[in-house]
Design a protein around this ligand. Structure first.
Ligand code: FAD
Length: 471
């Protein structure tokens, strides 16, 4: 491929989400000129319809839950809260708008080497895009390099009747103007469980229809613990459930399922997200997609077409914004003559339920599939002082180690604020720490992350016999 001088590079980036923005800023830092093409709202999924609004709604629901009940109800009188959905929505949208201005619009204003184009891009060939402008007309954008960062959209399963009903995806659910009395949720992965619990805590009677178990790709103990926590709160979890028909009659959803008929006021479909590649005319540029529909890339985000890269949810990479941003950053380095790749071996994952689910590295089953001999310990939360002080002891922390080297290779946790402890585990894995070194590290007493140290100690001690502070 021809090498260009920094100032001559023109990079076209399709999309304006986490992957696109990280790539645009890095490319400009490397001396390139960028055209950023976005057909919808600047900022993409995370800030507008994903991470940010969902975490605000989940936090509000958590507060509602604590007002209704907490482990301290004997001494602090609980009272059912009055939920004003309109005010919660206004507050949520204000923060979304503020973050979009601060982190996307204002950042771009300070970057004269980035030109914004509002419209939908498609490939004409391996060197140029045609952009159907939102204001009318079409513009051809020739490029030296191109990054596809078009994200993903809610997948809708082909259930008979469903398409003709006013079902919600997460996008509509997050801005729904009322909290339905009865909510049915089809799905069992991150978005499904997070929103199911949020709606339940804001007042809906929620039924989850899970095709397998909850979060079935994780260690089975994770789904079991989350399912138990959900059922304790009154959320109905129907596992191994298939929906064969959906109808909407007189304002009511009727679902025919393997568990019988289910009626609901609203239906949320959260069965995964499909890469946005359909309108790109990828074949004109020779860009291949996988069977799952994601753009095929190598570890340097290069597609099958020379000079064309892809990053984030439009590929088969794990669908998290920090993965998208890291991939966009590496892609920009490679598009401007560098050589970078993305290592996901210590990628932390957090599911924002209560208790939270947090994982990093390998589960025991994954490690065995890779042919590793493993050892593991599971520490129940009633051994963790922070959990005891909180009177919230549902959950566990599981450590998986390589039996030969005793290095930590994976952690699975179901615990309140587990998201705050998982990064320490990720750092320990990245630093190739042994479980013995982890057990010897100082951890502050009465933090949840101290549970990592206690779990590490269980490889050589019975933690129930330890005095305070885990020595
Ligand atoms: C409800 C929900 C909650 C989530 N919560 C979290 C969380 O807590 N933490 C986390 O890490 N991740 C979370 N995610 C996932 C995260 O939002 C995504 O992984 C991330 O935003 C993907 O970034 P991206 O840059 O790949 O794509 P996106 O942000 O989706 O950006 C793609 C952009 O490309 C544009 N586009 C598509 N096709 C074209 C075209 N042909 N021409 C021009 N523009 C085009 C789209 O309009 C879009 O703006 C959540 C997702 C959802 C749905």
């Amino acid at each position: 491929m021809t090498r260009l001088k920094n100032t001559e590079w023109h990079i076209a980036i399709i999309g304006s989400g986490g992957a696109a923005m990280a790539a645009a800023l890095k490319a400009v830092e490397q001396g390139a000129r960028v055209t950023l093409i976005e057909r919808g709202t600047l900022g993409g999924t995370c800030v507008n319809i994903g991470c940010v609004p969902s975490k605000i709604m989940i936090r509000a629901a958590h507060i509602a839950h604590l007002r209704r009940e907490s482990p301290f109800d004997a001494g602090i009188q609980a009272a059912p809260p009055m939920i004003r959905r309109d005010r919660l929505l206004a507050q949520q949208q204000d923060r979304v708008d503020a973050l979009r201005h601060a982190k996307y619009e204002n950042v771009l204003l300070g970057q004269p080497a980035i030109t914004r184009l509002a419209g939908e891009a498609r490939f004409m060939d391996g060197h140029s895009l045609a952009v159907r402008l939102n204001d009318g007309g079409e513009q051809v954008v020739p490029f030296d390099r191109c990054l596809i960062a078009t994200g993903a959209s809610a997948a809708v399963p082909p259930i008979p009747g469903l398409a003709a009903t006013p079902y919600w995806t997460s996008t509509e659910a997050l801005v729904g103007d009322s909290i339905p009395q009865r909510l049915a949720v089809i799905g069992s992965s991150v978005v499904a469980v997070e929103l199911a619990q949020a709606f339940a805590r804001l007042g809906s009677r929620v039924t989850i229809l899970a095709r397998h178990t909850l979060l079935f790709r994780e260690d089975p103990a994770v789904g079991e613990a989350l399912g138990a926590a959900f059922r304790t709160e009154g959320i109905e979890v129907l596992e191994h459930a298939q929906v064969s028909q959906v109808a909407h009659v007189d304002g009511e959803f009727m679902l025919t399922t393997t568990h019988g008929e289910l009626r609901a006021d609203r239906l949320l479909v959260a069965t995964g997200r499909t890469p946005n590649t359909g309108s790109l005319q990828l074949e004109a540029a020779g860009v291949s997609v996988s069977q799952q529909g994601g753009i095929v890339i190598d570890p340097g985000m290069r597609t099958s077409a020379p000079g064309i890269y892809a990053a984030g949810d439009c590929t088969d990479q794990p669908q998290f914004v920090y993965v998208a941003a890291a991939a966009g950053n590496r892609a920009a380095i490679n598009m401007t003559g560098g050589d970078a790749s993305l290592d996901l071996s210590a990628m932390p994952v957090v599911v924002f339920t209560d208790p939270q689910v947090a994982t990093v590295g390998l589960s025991e089953a994954d490690a065995r599939l890779e042919g590793m001999a493993t050892d593991s310990r599971t520490l129940l939360l009633d051994n963790v002082p922070r959990a005891l002080a909180n009177f919230a002891t549902q959950g566990f922390i599981k450590l998986v180690i390589d039996q030969h080297t005793r290095r930590l290779i994976g952690v699975q946790a179901v615990a309140p604020e587990a998201g705050e402890l998982i990064q320490s585990a990720a750092l320990a894995i990245q630093a190739a720490m042994t479980v013995d070194a982890l057990a010897d590290t100082l951890f502050p007493y009465l933090t949840m992350v101290e549970g990592l140290k206690l779990a590490a100690q269980t490889f050589s001690k019975d933690v129930r016999q330890l005095s305070c502070c885990a020595g």
